[in-house]
Design a protein around this ligand. Sequence first.
Ligand code: MLT
Length: 407
Amino acid sequence: MIKINENYKKLQTSYLFSDIAKRVAAFQKENPDKEIIRMGIGDVTLPLADVCIREFHKGVDDLASKATFKGYGPEQGYEFLRQAIAENDFQSRGASINADEIFVSDGAKCDTGNFQELFSQDAVIAIPDPVYPVYADTNVMAGRSGDFINGRYSRYIYLDSTEANNYVPDLPAQRPDVIYLCFPNNPTGATATKEQLKKWVDYAKKNKALILFDAAYECFIRNPELPKSIFEIPGADEVAVEFRSFSKTAGFTGVRCGFIAIPKKCMVWDVEGKEYSLHALWNRRHSTKFNGASYPVQRAAAAVYTPEGKEQVKANIDYYLKNAAMIKQAVISAGYRCTGGDNSPYVWVNTQTDSWKFFDRLLHECGIVCTPGSGFGSCGNGYVRFSAFGSRENTEKAMDKLVKFLK
Ligand code: MLT
């Protein structure tokens, strides 16, 4: 008899965005003529930048000729991409991350989900609430969660992110081993200052904890005072790794490419207290289970760092930021409180009512899809998230409907 991994029984019925997709599909089936505007999952709608498309094509052409053909690439990613990442995303901001500390992958969802494999089963996990569900669910699968009781897993330390703390959690009373942080935050759209991140870095150092920092939305930061990388904080390279993605930066949600920066200085320990390099452990894992992101995709990703690429990618982000500002303005004008929308593509709205009820009413009455806040954790109940990744036309149309609906 084949036995299942019992931990899977502790997962909630289905992954949040699959659940939403099912409800929307059912609604569409019942109302085939009703227009639906999707502001739920953060999926991009603008085409890739021209320069990325050109390099993508060139990458494919290289595969068509014997002289330039590529088979397996380096598991960690091609040097041309790792070097461009290290220089542009880190060194240019004073963070001393080198090319050989970058691991290119097929996206940040896999990376943030897989990274927990490196830790012992009894590692204590601190996760924000609300949170991107991947961090929580993958640790459930690995057996670190304990039971799900009254909407929370018994072994997690929850870092409540609420209006009261401006959605930047306070340090926990109980000591964790692994701390997940995400800024600009998904789902709340909140950002953290250098001082706020420094508090976490100092705490991690003092407690021999590790910060898993998800910076998938850093490209939306326009405020020059805000850090884009945790490695802008002195000492973070001893206690943090950072996840990045080309999905939101360059519209690669369907293309798939991301990376992790793991400083060589970052150490972890075995039960006897012997020190190990986190970089070496991940390298072992990555080269065993991953054969590298595809060559044409890495060519397209490297194009993001050319002067032309930077300009084109920024234009797309500006477009989404304008949508975000429009959503924020609409919500405020209707007399509701929200966060995000500046330096972030998400607007997190206090609906003062049950999240799923709001979701259903908005879908049925206006044909607008949002994401119910409770799907991100119990602190999200009473909130919904709007994504700014739609077209301008749809965003304008949806906001007209939303304002009337809210009023
Ligand atoms: C979201 O909507 O939260 C994200 O797009 C989901 C993801 O990146 O996997």
